[in-house]
Design a protein around this ligand. Structure first.
Ligand code: ADP
Ligand code: MG
Length: 727
C-alpha cells in the first residue's frame, strides 16, 4: 500500500466510535427546538395564537400587529433556548438550503444595545441574493430578491440560530426557490381534491398531500474520503475498480450496523427528533456502507423542509464522528446507487387517507376515484414526472438495472388490476339495478382494507401503489423533494378538476346519478390510461422494447428528459394551475441545464487531472521497475533472457497500451470541452452529454485496468475495498 493510502487506512481503522447517549424517551424531547403549537401557546397571546393557527390551516393573511407579537414571542422563546441569531431559511434553486445569520442584537440611535427582532424582520428580508441562480429573471428588471415567512412550516433552532422557513421570490414576484411553486401546487391540489372528496363526505374542508421520504446515503471514513480528490470534489468515485467482495453476498442489508455508524445514527436521530423531524426507521441498505433513514410521513411542504434540514444536519453530525456522507446517486461503480423514495398520499381534514381502501363500498368508491385519477394523471404526464427527477447524478442511476428505469410506469398489484378490469366492463350511461348491486357487493365492496400485494410488491417499478399510498422511486438521493412533489401534485390537481367537470356534466346533462357518473368516468380513465400500467420486471430489456411499442417515453439523459418542461403543453398546464408562469419555467430550465453542464464539466476536469497526475505517473513508475527487471535479466542471461522476461514484457506493453489510451483520451476530452464551451447553453449541453461524457467510461476502463496491474504499494488512490469496508 502506498504510504499516503496506508496512513489514511490506518487512521480510519484507529477511529473509535464516539459514544452518544440518548436514554431519554424520544417523546420527551420531540420538537423541543421547534416553535410548534405548544411553544406558540405558551409564548403567544391567545389572539396571536389563533391568527397564526388560522394562517397555517386556512392560509389567511397575518397583519402587521400579529406579526409583531409573533416575532416578540418567537424571540423570547428562542432566547430562552440560548439562541443569539436569527435567519430566514430558504431553498434556492441550487437544491441546497441557504441562510444568512443576523444577531438579535441591535444598536439604538443613541448607541444603546437592545435585543431587536420585530414583525418586519420576521415577515420579510432582503438577502443579497445576486449569487443565487435566477435563470435571468432578476437580470431583466431588479437585481434583488426577497424572502417571506412561510407560517405553515414552523421556525426552529439550529445551533444558536433561530431559523425561519421562508419562500424566496424576485421583486416582480417570480419564484426563485423550490418552495414557492410547491406551495402553489399544494394549494391548487387542496381546492381540486376537496371538491372531489365532497362527493363522498360532505364535511371535508381541506385535503393535504402527505409525503414520507426514504433517504439513502453512503457513509465513508472522513480521512479516506478526503484522500480521494474525485470524492471530495464531485461526491463520487470517478474511477476505482470494484472490490472483489461487493454486495454479492447480501451480507450488509439489514445486517448489524457498524458501531461507529450506529453512534452517528443515534446522534443524528437525537438532533432530528429535537428539530421535530419524526425519524423512525434506520437500517443498512444493499451496498456496503450504504444506509437508509425514513421518518413518519407528514404534510408535504413540511416533509420537504424536513428532508432538506435532515441532509444539512447529517453532514454536520457526520463530521463530528469523523465520517463523510455521500448523497450522490451513484458514488461507486459495481454497487447500488442511492435514491430517495417519495411515498405520497392525500389526507382529508376529517382524518381519511384518500388512497386507502375502506370498510364500506362508499369509502372504496372514494378510494378508487383518487386511485384511478392519480393513474390517469401520471399516464397523461409521465414525461413531466420523469423530468422532475432528472439530474446529472440520477442519469448514472436510472436504468442501470438496480434502480427504476427512465421509463415511468405504474405497478398496482394483482388484486387491484382485477378490480380495474371489472370496472372497465361497466355499462355506458345508466346502470341497471342488478349491475349496481353487483358493483357494490362484488367489485367495490370486495376490496380488502389491507391489500395482499402490499407485502409482495414489485421493487422494479418506478411508481408503485403500496397499499395506502403511491411510492415514487425514481427520485434521486440528492434531490430536493419539492420538484417531484410540485409536479405530482400539479398533475393530480389538474386531473381532479377535469374529473369533477366530467362527472358533473354527466349528472346535469345526461341525468345520471352521482355514482353512475363516477363509474362511467372512471371506466373511461381506466381504458385511456392502460398503457402506463406494468406489473412485470421493470429492469428487463423486454420491458424497454414493450414500452417503446406502447409509446411511453424513455429519456435516458437529463438533456432529453427536461425538454418537456418548456413544452407549450407544460407551460399551459402550470399557468392554468397557477403553479408557475412562462418566465419562471424558462428560468428554471436554464438553471437546470446550466447546473447539469457544470457538473459534467467538473467531473470531466477532475477525472482528467487524476488520470494524468495520479494514474499515468504511477503506471510509468511501475513500468520502469519492470523495464529495470528486464534489463537485469538481459545482463545476467545475455541472449537467453527472452523466455525469462516474456511475461514482464507483456506487462510493459499492456501498461503502455493503457497509458496511451488514457493520455489520448484526456487530450481529446479537453479539446471537446473547449469546443463545447464556445457554444450556447443548449448546444453545450448536447456536446457534454454526447461527446464529453463517453470519455468517462473509456478513461475509467483503462485506469481501472491499470489499478489491477500496478503494484499495490505504488497505487496512490484509496481503493474501493478500503473506502467501502472501513468498519
Ligand atoms: P419500504 O422501505 O418497504 O418502502 P418503509 O417503511 O421504509 O417501507 O417506508 C414507508 C414510507 O412510507 C415511510 O417513509 C412512511 O412515512 C411512508 N408513508 C406511510 N404512509 C404514508 C402516507 N399515507 N402518505 C405518505 N407517506 C406514507
Ligand atoms: Mg420504499
Amino acid at each position: 500500500m502506498s504510504t499516503i493510502r496506508y496512513k489514511s487506512v490506518m487512521q480510519a481503522r484507529s477511529q473509535k466510535a464516539i459514544p452518544f447517549k440518548d436514554d431519554e424517551k424520544k417523546s420527551t424531547y420531540f420538537g423541543s427546538n421547534v416553535f410548534n403549537t405548544s411553544a406558540m401557546r405558551q409564548f403567544l397571546p391567545s389572539e396571536g395564537f389563533q391568527a397564526v393557527e388560522e394562517a397555517i390551516s386556512k392560509g389567511s393573511k397575518i397583519d402587521r400587529k400579529i406579526a409583531d407579537s409573533t416575532a416578540a414571542a418567537m424571540k423570547q422563546w428562542a432566547i430562552s433556548k440560548n439562541a443569539t441569531h436569527y435567519t430566514h431559511w430558504f431553498q434556492p434553486l441550487t437544491g441546497t438550503t441557504a441562510e444568512k445569520h443576523d444577531a438579535f442584537f441591535d444598536l439604538t440611535l443613541d448607541g444603546l444595545a437592545i435585543e431587536q427582532f420585530d414583525g418586519g424582520q420576521l415577515v420579510q428580508q432582503e438577502p443579497d441574493a445576486s449569487s443565487f441562480p435566477h435563470g435571468g429573471i432578476r437580470n431583466t428588471f431588479e437585481a434583488r430578491g426577497y424572502t417571506a415567512w412561510d407560517p405553515t412550516s414552523p421556525a426552529f433552532i439550529l445551533g444558536s440560530t433561530l431559523c425561519i422557513p421562508t419562500v424566496f421570490v424576485s421583486y416582480t414576484g417570480e419564484a426563485l426557490d423550490n418552495k414557492t411553486p410547491l406551495l402553489r401546487a399544494l394549494n391548487t391540489l387542496d381546492e381540486a381534491a376537496t371538491q372531489v372528496a365532497l362527493y363522498f363526505d360532505k364535511s371535508v374542508k381541506k385535503v393535504t398531500a402527505t409525503l414520507g421520504w426514504e433517504q439513502e446515503y453512503f457513509l465513508l471514513d472522513a480521512s479516506l474520503a478526503a484522500s480521494r480528490p474525485d470524492i471530495s470534489q464531485t461526491g463520487r468515485a470517478l474511477l476505482g475498480h470494484a472490490s472483489a467482495k461487493g454486495q454479492q453476498l447480501d451480507d450488509h442489508y439489514f445486517g448489524s450496523i457498524p458501531s461507529r455508524v450506529f453512534q452517528f445514527m443515534r446522534e443524528l436521530e437525537y438532533e432530528s427528533i429535537r428539530l421535530g423531524i419524526p425519524v423512525k426507521t434506520r437500517h443498512n441498505e444493499v451496498a456496503p456502507n450504504q444506509f437508509e433513514l425514513a421518518p413518519v410521513f407528514e404534510e408535504a411542504n413540511l416533509a420537504v423542509d424536513h428532508n432538506s434540514l435532515l441532509m444539512d444536519i447529517m453532514e454536520k453530525v457526520a463530521e463530528k464522528h469523523h465520517l463523510k456522507v455521500l448523497f450522490h446517486e451513484k458514488p461507486f461503480a459495481g454497487v447500488n446507487g442511492s435514491g430517495k423514495h417519495n411515498n405520497w398520499s392525500l389526507a382529508t381534514d376529517t382524518g381519511t387517507n384518500l388512497l386507502s381502501p375502506g370498510s364500506t363500498p362508499t369509502k372504496n368508491l372514494q378510494f378508487l376515484t383518487f386511485f384511478v385519477n392519480t393513474i390517469k394523471a401520471v399516464h397523461d404526464h409521465e414525461e413531466l414526472l420523469r423530468a422532475s427527477v432528472a439530474s446529472a447524478g440520477n442519469d448514472y442511476r436510472l436504468g442501470s438495472s438496480e434502480a427504476p428505469p427512465s421509463i415511468i410506469s405504474i405497478f398496482i398489484g394483482k388484486q387491484l388490476t382485477q378490480v380495474l378490469d371489472e370496472l372497465e366492463k361497466v355499462t355506458t350511461g345508466k346502470l341497471s339495478p342488478q349491475e349496481k348491486t353487483d358493483l357494490k357487493l362484488n367489485v367495490v365492496g370486495k376490496i380488502p382494507e389491507i391489500l395482499q400485494d402490499n407485502t409482495d410488491r414489485n421493487r422494479t417499478s418506478p411508481f408503485a401503489f403500496t397499499g395506502n399510498k403511491f411510492e415514487f422511486r425514481a427520485v434521486g438521493s440528492t434531490a430536493n423533494c419539492a420538484k417531484p412533489m410540485t409536479v405530482l401534485n400539479t398533475i393530480v390537481a389538474n386531473q381532479l378538476i377535469q374529473f369533477k367537470n366530467e362527472v358533473d356534466k354527466l349528472i346535469d346533462k345526461k341525468g345520471l346519478k352521482k355514482d353512475e357518473a363516477i363509474f362511467n368516468t372512471l371506466r373511461e380513465y381506466i381504458k385511456a390510461s392502460k398503457k402506463i400500467r406494468f406489473e412485470g420486471d421493470g429492469y428487463s430489456e423486454a420491458w424497454i422494447r414493450e414500452a417503446a411499442k406502447r409509446k411511453l417515453s424513455n429519456n435516458r439523459t437529463t438533456l432529453d428528459a427536461i425538454k418537456i418542461q418548456i413544452d407549450p403543453k407544460t407551460i399551459k398546464l402550470y399557468e392554468k394551475m397557477g403553479v408557475m408562469n412562462a418566465t419562471e419555467i424558462n428560468a428554471r430550465q436554464e438553471i437546470e441545464l446550466e447546473e447539469y453542464v457544470k457538473r459534467v464539466q467538473i467531473e470531466s476536469r477532475v477525472l482528467g487531472d487524476i488520470a494524468r497526475n495520479h494514474v499515468i505517473p504511477t503506471a510509468i513508475r511501475y513500468q520502469n521497475i519492470l523495464i529495470k527487471n528486464v534489463k537485469g535479466l538481459q545482463d545476467i542471461y545475455g541472449k537467453e533472457f527472452k523466455p525469462l522476461a516474456a511475461e514482464q514484457m507483456k506487462l510493459i506493453e499492456s501498461i503502455s497500451n493503457h497509458l496511451s489510451a488514457i493520455n489520448s483520451d484526456i487530450t481529446a476530452m479537453i479539446e471537446t470541452r473547449k469546443e463545447a464551451n464556445q457554444l450556447d447553453l443548449n448546444n453545450r449541453a448536447k456536446l457534454y452529454t454526447h461527446k464529453v461524457k463517453p470519455y468517462f467510461e473509456t478513461l475509467r476502463y483503462h485506469c481501472d485496468k491499470l489499478e489491477l496491474l500496478v503494484e499495490d504499494k505504488l497505487w496512490p488512490l484509496t481503493k474501493s475495498r478500503e473506502l467501502l469496508f472501513f468498519r
